[in-house]
Design a protein around this ligand. Structure first.
Ligand code: COA
Length: 403
């Protein structure tokens, strides 16, 4: 494994070198998590306007902290040479594009393996590297992945399908990138032989959204879009209280008994319709409509903090819907340092989520803010053996950009 040079030694991934060429979230967020866990991450950006994530104001500071920016025209002849040289010392290469964009331009997996036999290559795209070629080459974002995978058809109200936000398809994809890349790395380190991973965003969403799909595929059952409530169980969903919303997930015998007592339907418990030990209050159950109506009425009459506490004491999973304003001051957020402040490259303060998860022995760390476009071009090229003169020449020709 190659050794990172410019970042401090920390984290479980210290010594791992990740290179990526991708924009926005799906590919980059995977590299980002690895950067937070100690990997040396090189972010390749084009030489004209860089990653479109740079158009955001604050989120880019979170999504690109701990990274190094290399601005390189990969597909020019000389840029390709630089890229292949860079790949020689990388462990993982992640790219996201409209179908097999690298292979189309002659940068095939096989060529990459000629330069680094154990390289783990992750291709991220909307629809995969092969299949119906008209679809394969299409642009894709979260919304299109949710639409094509059937995920979108499950969320929202019966009249209006709704995207699960924010950017669920992108962030789920990034988790699949991290997991599969590290799985392949485990094997590559044992065998010395790399891997190529074909991640289609719609397939990520198909896998993540298959819970109710299994009922359809195997028994033809189609649940209507349930809006703020659950498809087939009472007491699950987002309910309006006197002064806020409660997110409730009612399940389990003692929990059902406690709720029925509170909503004035305790007499149902232990009957033939709801025998003791009933764990699930199905929406097609005998008194489901009445139960749901009474839950709604009861919650509407209750202050949300009070009901959350009472339900929690009964081992019912319930949480009031927290607003952004409430989060930073909540004692639990404070105790776990869920938010943190760090310095941006230009010395300003930026606030955002801390590094998660919390590793006990080798914690993550924030060692720098988001780099400016091409800020690390020179040092990265020097590391892989380019002289000052050659770097200057490449910059003059516009093959690289340095800041
Ligand atoms: N050097 C030279 N060329 C570069 C380059 C570099 N460093 N980085 C990108 N390019 C090229 C790309 O190959 C592309 O060329 P093409 O249009 O001829 O294929 C062009 O610059 C534009 O880059 P791209 O990042 O693909 O921008 P786009 O606006 O055309 O498409 C996406 C953006 C996200 C829609 C597209 O990349 C995509 O579908 N990606 C896969 C799914 C995905 O990750 N979606 C975003 C989820 S957050």
């Amino acid at each position: 494994m190659s050794t990172a040079t410019s970042k401090p030694a920390f984290g479980n991934l210290h010594g791992l070198k990740v290179v990526y060429s991708a924009v926005e979230i799906a590919g980059p967020e995977a590299a980002q998590l690895m950067a937070e866990w100690g990997a040396d991450v090189t972010w390749i950006e084009n030489t004209f306007n860089g990653d479109s994530m740079r158009d955001t104001t604050y989120v880019k500071e979170l999504e690109r902290r701990n990274q190094r920016s290399l601005s390189l025209d990969i597909f020019s002849e000389e840029g390709r040479e630089v890229f292949l040289k860079l790949i020689e010392t990388a462990d993982i290469f992640i790219e996201s594009s409209k179908g097999p964009a690298f292979a189309r331009r002659g940068i095939t997996d096989e060529l990459l393996w000629e330069h680094n036999n154990s390289l783990v290559i992750v291709h991220v795209s909307g629809y995969g590297q092969y299949g119906d070629m008209e679809r394969v080459n299409r642009a894709a974002y979260d919304q299109t992945a949710q639409a094509f995978s059937g995920y979108l058809s499950q969320n929202g109200s019966p009249e209006q399908p709704m995207i699960a936000s924010p950017y669920t398809g992108d962030y789920f994809t990034s988790q699949m990138v991290v997991g599969s890349a590290l799985a392949a790395l485990y094997k590559a380190q044992k065998t010395g032989v790399g891997e190529s991973i074909d991640i289609a965003m719609y397939e990520v969403m198909l896998r993540m959204g298959a819970y109710y799909m299994m009922d359809y595929l195997n028994a033809g059952i189609l649940y209507p879009r349930a809006g703020a409530k659950h498809q087939n169980l009472c007491g699950i969903g987002v309910y309006k209280c006197k002064d806020g919303f409660l997110s409730l997930c009612l399940y389990g015998a003692k929990q059902n008994k406690a709720i029925l007592e509170r909503i004035g339907l305790g007499y149902l418990w232990g009957t033939d319709e709801y025998p003791e030990g009933t764990t699930a209050l199905w929406l097609d159950g005998p008194k489901a409509e009445l139960i749901e109506q009474k839950i709604e009425e009861y919650l509407l009459s209750m202050p949300v903090d009070e009901v959350e506490k009472d339900f929690s004491d009964c081992k019912i999973a319930a949480n009031k819907m927290m607003t952004f304003e409430e989060l930073p001051n909540h004692p639990h957020f404070i105790a776990r340092e869920a938010f943190v402040e760090w310095e941006t490259i230009d010395g300003k303060k930026c606030k955002g989520p801390n590094i998660f998860p919390k590793f006990k022995n080798n914690p993550g760390q924030i060692w720098r803010g988001m780099p400016t476009l091409g800020m690390d071009t020179e040092s990265i090229l020097t590391e892989i053996g380019y002289s000052c003169e050659k770097i200057h020449e490449l910059a003059e020709k516009g093959i690289i950009k340095k800041s």
